[in-house]
Ligand binder design. Sequence first.
Ligand SMILES: [Zn+2]
Length: 235
Amino acid sequence: MMRPLMSQKKTHEIACPLCGREQEVELWDSVDVGEDPELRDRLLSGLINRVECAGCKKWFRIDKPLVYHDREQDIFIHLEPLAGGRTLKQAEKGFQEVLKELENLMPEDVAPLEIHLVVEWSELIERIFLLEEGLDARLVEHIKYMMFQQNPDKIPAEKKGLLFDAQDSTDDQLCFVVQDRATKKLEAVLNFARADYEALVNVFDSDDQMALLEEQFPGPYLNGRLRYLRDMAEQ
Ligand SMILES: [Zn+2]
């Protein structure tokens, strides 16, 4: 019954993106880090679904869907990469289908799981850290939205992304790194006071305010940068 929640590996036929050689590789469809904590570290080190080509010996990552589950911390994230020209809409649709499948598998008396959707590898890593820190993903995207709004010259949203950086965050500051969208290079660091985050948690604690936040980010894919760009385009 609970099979989709367990770690699963399958053999896939792939072609090396560098030399074109076709080969069979074992790739993860889902990782359950509650079952195997070492998998979490391997994933955060970028070693999951990375393979060495049998021909040219170069390493590359395969962009494929991956389910991340941590039953201890109640973290459930679905990575649906926008590989091969897939649009965000298609990814969201694929995600809804996965949700439906999971719902059918879950016993009726179990509360529905909160499953997160991400579309990039860096977002998956970010979301794992963010949820482990007990932060609210919607609120963090709202904060990014404000950062783009307040720093249009320093972080132009068409070119730069923001990623929550748990490792450099402190008790006082939440740390965000600016990432160039084209080169993927990390360029600068922005801090957001944890006290201000807590203040926002209190603001959004009421149902009315929460509804506003959900209106800004209806989901399932939450992205402050894209929301900001959309709002700017509509103005
Ligand atoms: Zn190769």
